[in-house]
Write a protein that binds this ligand. Structure first.
Ligand SMILES: Nc1ncnc2c1ncn2[C@@H]1O[C@H](COP(=O)(O)OP(=O)(O)O)[C@@H](O)[C@H]1O
Ligand SMILES: [Mg+2]
Length: 554
């Protein structure tokens, strides 16, 4: 690279500091101070390696303390002022070393030491960034460009390592309106482009699969429009108004106690009602019946039957339970008359295994109950099936192939991961087990502080947009190194489209401006989307789903 590029980016020289507290860099040119921001990436290069540091603080220093407080007289551009500035008075950048890059082996290494005294330090160049963050041009199946370095221009592309991204659960946090859903959709597109995992999206606000409009009423293309047959939309209601959309159907016998417990608040079930439900389930199971089917279909008979038998359940509690659960009777997607195996779970699994991502859209009906219930029931079943596939594969690796990795995306993630419900929902298990069975979560949330703290610290990759609440910031950074320094970077973010990336899928924390999800992105996708590979497989899947629909008499 031209050395003039280095010259242009020159910051200063290392004059002190330590591995644990960070380096002190004496800034050589005063103008650098104003054009640099906290969180910037600084690089010090020796013959063997490049040291990458995160700018965490700026301090004004003087040769002696008195020089600092003796304010120069008159105009600040006076000759004398310019002389003292930079010699007896100067600015020191504090920078935390976080990563090293071995120039011989051309690979990232954990930071183990610091560069020598008086080494020069520069602001990272485009090449410095692509060396450690990877490059889409060199490896489009692995690195996905999500934006550019915050204080650099658009050529300073920052990529996420999608292979690592899908390996562990991820969190996308930020206040409402900061761009969570948009960057989530960019990452979903990245997952589909890299083609290493399928996505199952619980699309609470119909933001991701179908087309929509943004805050300024502009048309936004959904993943279906971008990827065609690589994405299947399923809907819980009004599905017929969109072409090619399949209905969601849940067999009542697929509902488990935990699914109901996770919506206990919405159903207004108190402790007693929950206990009655469990007692009743145990009793009915010994008779070979499914408890919820019995309650919803034969509720009155049940009440009659247990009229006098205080031993199983108290009659008035039973009546209350039946009444409260009867809300579920209104759910159009809950079915009683299907043969086992002919429901959405099989069809979704079939898609996911064929490499087709599924978006379950909840329409604009703001019904939290639907979202929580469907998301819980489907995820639990699908995770169980993944576990079975995975265990089968482990038992005989020659005979069986491993399940195709799956990323489950949930909006309002704290609803599934709060300390109250995390034990009942399957999501706590998925987040904690760190992708056993090859399933990971993408948690999109505006209130990370409401996520169970143990789970929050297990989240592998974090995309943190602007957050103002102290507790939310703490939770977003739970378990991360240098969290104090990262906190000040989060505090310096604009309220839209700026994010701190940190964790498993990036080699070091970095503040970015997120890429626009706009016409230029649509063009990018149309060039790189793996359209042809899927078509043939897709035909087969369509046939299967047609058969399935016929069987259901749609
Ligand atoms: N990457 C992006 N590209 C284009 N527009 C964006 C992007 N990020 C955010 N926006 C704009 O900001 C608005 C809010 O973003 P959104 O993702 O809906 O916020 P959140 O989900 O955090 O509430 C969007 O409607 C869009 O206009
Ligand atoms: Mg949103």
């Amino acid at each position: 690279m031209a050395s003039s590029m280095y010259e242009e980016n020159r910051i200063g020289k290392i004059i002190g500091g330590s591995y644990s507290e960070g380096l002190a860099i004496k800034v050589e040119d005063y103008s650098v101070v104003e054009s640099t921001r906290i969180g910037a990436i600084l690089v010090s290069q020796t013959e063997k390696r490049k040291y990458y540091c995160m700018l965490t603080d700026m301090v004004i220093e003087g040769m002696n303390k008195q020089a600092l407080s003796e304010l120069p007289r008159g105009n600040s551009s006076l000759l004398l002022n310019r002389i003292t500035r930079g010699t007896s008075i100067y600015t020191v950048f504090k920078a935390q070393p976080v990563l090293s890059y071995d120039l011989e082996e051309k690979k990232n290494q954990p930071i183990r030491n610091i560069p020598p005294h008086a080494s020069s330090v520069r602001r990272a160049t485009y090449d410095d960034i692509s060396d450690v963050f990877g490059s889409f041009e060199k490896n489009p199946k692995r690195y996905f460009p999500v934006g550019n370095v915050l204080d650099m221009d658009e050529n300073s592309t920052v990529c996420i390592d999608m292979e690592r991204f899908i390996e562990r659960s991820s969190g996308i946090y930020g206040r409402t309106g900061t761009g969570k859903s948009f960057i989530a959709r960019l990452l979903m597109a990245g997952i589909i482009l890299c083609d290493k995992a399928s996505l199952l999206i619980f699309d609470a606000h119909s933001d991701h699969g179908p087309d929509s409009v943004d805050e300024e009423n502009r048309h936004v293309k959904g993943l279906k429009s971008l990827f065609g047959s690589k994405v299947q939309i399923m809907a819980i209601e009004n599905f017929s108004s969109m072409a090619g959309v399949l209905p969601i159907e849940i067999d009542v016998r697929d509902v488990e106690i935990e699914d109901i417990l996770s919506i206990a608040e919405e159903l207004n079930l108190n402790e007693t009602a929950q206990q009655v439900m469990i007692a009743l389930k145990n009793k009915l199971e010994t008779e070979g019946k499914h408890w919820l089917e019995e309650i919803l279909v034969n509720g009155e008979d049940l009440a009659e039957r247990f009229k006098d038998s205080e031993s199983v359940v108290n009659r008035s509690s039973l009546l209350a339970l039946i009444r409260k659960l009867s809300v579920l009777k209104e759910l159009p997607y809950l079915r009683y008359d299907r043969r086992p195996g002919t429901n959405s779970i099989d069809i979704i699994l079939n898609y996911l295994q064929k490499g087709i991502s599924v978006d379950i859209t909840f329409g604009k009906s703001d019904k939290l109950l639907n979202y929580l219930f469907v998301t819980n029931v489907l995820s639990r079943r699908i995770y169980q099936r993944y576990m079975e596939m995975y265990e089968r594969y482990i038992s005989n690796r020659q005979k069986y192939s491993p399940p195709r990795p799956l990323v489950i995306a949930i909006e309002e993630a704290h609803r599934f991961l709060s300390p109250d419900v995390a034990k009942q929902t399957i999501f706590g298990t998925i987040a904690r087990e760190m992708r056993k069975a090859k399933v990971s979560l993408m948690c999109i949330d505006q209130r990370p502080s409401q996520i169970d703290s143990e789970i929050a610290s297990q989240i592998g990759t974090r995309v943190i947009l602007s957050l103002s609440d102290e507790a939310d910031i703490a939770s977003a950074l739970a378990g991360m190194k240098n969290s104090k320094q990262l906190r000040s970077i989060i505090e310096s973010l604009d309220s839209k489209q700026q994010a701190l990336l940190v964790g498993h899928a990036v080699p070091m924390p970095i503040a970015i401006k997120t890429r626009g999800y706009d016409n230029s992105f649509y063009d990018f996708v149309s060039i790189y989307a793996p359209k042809h590979e899927v078509d043939e497989k897709y035909e087969k899947t369509i046939e299967v789903s047609k058969k399935w629909l016929d069987e259901m008499n749609y």
